[in-house]
Ligand binder design. Sequence first.
Ligand code: ATP
Ligand code: MG
Length: 645
Amino acid sequence: MSDEKRYPVPESFRQRALMDKALYQEWYRASIEDPDTFWAARAQEFLHWSKPWDKVRDGDFAQGTAAWFVGGELNASYNCIDRHLPERADQTAIIWEGDEPDDSRHITYAELHEQVSKLANVLKQRGVKKGDRVCIYMPMIPEAAYAMLACARIGAAHSVVFGGFSPEALKDRILNAEASAVITADEGVRGGRNVPLKTNADKALAGCDSVHTCVVVRRTGADVAWDDKRDLWYHEAVATASADCPPEPMGAEDPLFILYTSGSTGKPKGVLHTTGGYLLSTALTHKYVFDYQDGDIFWCTADVGWVTGHSYIVYGPLANGATTLMFEGVPTYPDASRFWNVVDKHKVNIFYTAPTAIRALMGLGDEAVTKTDRSSLRLLGTVGEPINPEAWEWYHRVVGDSRCPIVDTWWQTETGSILIAPIPGATETKPGSATLPLFGVQLGLLDPNDKELDGAAAGNLIIKSSWPSQIRGVYGDHARMLETYFATPKGVYFTGDGARRDEDGYYWITGRVDDVLNISGHRMGTAEIESALVLHEAVAEAAVVGYPHDIKGQGVYAYVDLMAGFEPSDALAAELRDFVGKEIGAIAKPDMIQFTPALPKTRSGKIMRRILRKIACNELDNLGDTSTLADPSVVEQLIEERLNR
Ligand code: ATP
Ligand code: MG
């Protein structure tokens, strides 16, 4: 398809970029040939250590016991705040943009230091100590970042639970982590609607005996129920707390946080990350993948409830002394220009979002974008799902005015930081490809018999050696970690994603391994067929799954969401079938096309193909874990309107 399309690094970008092709290649080679020397140098350069490490790398990758900077001590909150104070006390650390367009705030590094220290002292007064777990259930307000950093400051591991989750999902996560405290707000505000966070927390906490403290931020002033023994208002507690809280020295391998995966492929896993390696990888990738330079305004639109928010709103940017923007609202409130109005208002230079948002905004037309200025933008990024080349091109042409390079960044909650992405001053891009591995990342592709493939090939994506921010455990369940990531085949990390490597060594994520289709003996990823469908002018979004087919083994079942102004019809279905045949080949033609006004997605915006597969296969009584579904009614409608086979 669009393999042939290439976008060289724009000359103007290259001239001021931090890293060019020669330097990327030199660093990559060094990181593979002599990892200890490479990572020791980076760890010195990027972080402050209160005690040096004894050994850069230790443990056994295959047994899931890899360890980094063993014996070293540091504190993540100190690294993200205190050490910047001599130079950056008055620099903005966080720009907060509220749900309403006239609501915003700038928080300097000095203020961040004060707020985080006070909250850390409040937690300490309540008996929270090093090694404890604290659950954070918050809207996108600065206090969410304060809470994460306050935990890091006293050595408690945080477990952030997305503010859109139900009391039941919250309870599961509190119980699983055995949290002793919860930090929440009276209500959240998103897209003009209030979310009853404290009420949800009360429901969840009714079943959680381990929690002795619930700190509540007043966001809307709503009336909330109160438990005098357990609950305290954030503003009252910090008003009397000391702003002096010395950071707890933490071992490099001490836990920093637990975070649950999105639940796209099954029940969410509680991924454990530790302090040293995680902070190093997030800082390094934030600097080089986003070409972050002093004074830049960086905006990652993710929620802090997802790993993207952890690594690229909070830890990576703040470790680098950056200015990071935190947005409370949604892309379409009050209207479809919101993202771009925020870019103009705060003169954002680097913008990082997800394909789901790009596709949604693309479906609403160019004008909402083109009527804004966006001249401050220098670089665009994407993460979360394969980005269809059509959406990539739109992002590049319309949002970036054909001026800004795009970094398509592949990574997972488990990887902690970006592992595959272009370095924008170094790497020619191809729409739809995350391009090349970052420093220290050794990728491989396996065939169905777990034999490694050479050269241009497609297979299951694996990682062959440890990297600093790799998963350290599934919380409380080492066996589940080994079984999920290190079991088949032995000795490598199994990503669960399929990928293709082209002649240039570029990687193209083809979808989840579970979703790979086998049509008449041809293995094919879902991403390729979906991208072909989206190329058609009538199609806004598409999801493809396989179902048992008597002759072909598997048939192609496509769910198609149409652009505004197009109506479902048999003629259109036939046209789309032929269109895919022309783009990819007759083998990929969908056997079934179900038109739908919406696709089932996780709360983090990813298409949940495992549910679509169940519907296509008529396995309706066992849909699996649906707790992270954004809108369950979408599934009901899909079932009602499913095609008979
Ligand atoms: P679960 O593991 O619970 O099924 P999940 O895999 O969606 O959920 P995350 O860790 O949030 O949870 O997402 C990681 C996955 O997102 C990757 O494995 C990959 O499938 C997809 N992904 C992320 N970035 C990209 C990208 N740039 N291109 C293609 N796919 C991506
Ligand atoms: Mg996953």
